[in-house]
Design a protein around this ligand. Structure first.
Ligand SMILES: [Zn+2]
Ligand SMILES: [Zn+2]
Length: 225
C-alpha cells in the first residue's frame, strides 16, 4: 500500500516520503480499516516540520496522520464489536490507553500517562490501510460526509472542552478562532450561551468569527485581538 511516511528527522519535504509499505496485519484485538479520507492536524504539521515538541516522541520511519474515516476491512481473530461488521463506515479514536492505571480505571483514560498515539508513537492513517484496537472503532452514520468523518477528532475536542459545564445563559470566552475554536463557538451558541467573546491574533480569524455570527443572527458576539 502507499503511505505518507516521516522518513528523516528534518524539516520539510525532504523528511517526508510517499512509500510502498506492507498492509498492516491486525493483531488479535485489532481491526484493519481501509482509509477513505484523512484530515491534517496541527500535530501533523509539527511532524512535517520536525518541531521540538514532537521530536522526542517519534521513532522513524513512521506513517503519520491520526484523523481519518474509512471502511472496516478485516477483524483480528479475537476482535469483536457489537454492531460493527466488515464494510461498515467508521472512524477511530487514535489515542490508545493502557486500561490498567488508576486514571483508566476511574474513567479518566484521556489523561492516561501510558497513552500511545497512532500516527505518532505507532503507525497512523495517512495510508491506504490502518490498524486500530477494536475498542477504539467508532461507527459513523451514512449521512456523515467523508470530509466530516475525517475531522471528528477535532470536533470531539471542541465538544469535550465546551461540555465540561452548562453553557446555557453563560458568557463564554474562546481564545483562538481556529477550527476547534470555531466549532466550540458554534457549540456554545447551540448550548444557549448568552454571549461569546472571541480573541485571536489574526484579523482574518476575527473576520471569520464575525461572519459566522452574522450568518446565525447571533448578535452577542464580541471579537477582538
Ligand atoms: Zn489531532
Ligand atoms: Zn492508563
Amino acid at each position: 500500500m502507499q503511505a505518507v511516511v516521516k522518513s528523516a528527522p528534518v524539516d520539510g519535504a525532504s523528511g517526508t516520503e510517499i512509500r510502498d509499505c506492507p498492509v498492516p496485519k491486525p493483531g488479535p484485538d485489532e481491526v484493519l480499516i481501509r482509509v477513505a479520507a484523512a484530515a491534517i492536524c496541527g500535530t501533523d504539521k509539527h511532524i512535517y516540520h520536525w518541531d521540538p515538541s514532537i521530536r522526542d516522541q517519534m521513532r522513524l520511519p513512521r506513517i503519520y496522520g491520526h484523523e481519518f474515516c474509512g471502511f472496516v476491512e478485516k477483524f483480528g481473530e479475537r476482535a469483536h464489536r457489537e454492531n460493527v461488521s466488515v464494510g461498515d463506515y467508521v472512524s477511530a479514536e487514535m489515542h490508545v490507553v493502557c486500561g490498567e492505571c488508576p486514571q483508566c480505571r476511574s474513567g479518566q483514560g484521556h489523561i492516561c500517562a501510558h497513552t500511545k498515539i497512532l500516527g505518532l508513537h505507532d503507525d497512523g492513517a495517512f495510508a491506504e490501510f490502518v490498524k486500530v484496537p477494536a475498542s477504539n472503532v467508532i461507527k459513523l452514520g451514512p449521512y456523515v460526509p467523508l470530509r466530516v468523518g475525517a475531522f471528528l477528532d477535532a470536533l470531539g475536542n471542541a465538544v469535550h472542552a465546551s461540555q465540561v459545564c452548562d453553557l446555557a445563559g453563560a458568557t463564554v470566552a474562546i481564545t483562538g478562532f481556529g477550527p476547534i475554536g470555531a466549532m466550540a463557538a458554534a457549540i456554545a451558541e447551540h448550548s444557549g450561551a448568552s454571549t461569546v467573546v472571541v480573541t485571536d491574533v489574526s484579523d482574518h480569524a476575527l473576520e471569520t468569527a464575525r461572519r459566522w455570527a452574522a450568518g446565525r443572527s447571533f448578535s452577542n458576539l464580541h471579537a477582538f485581538n
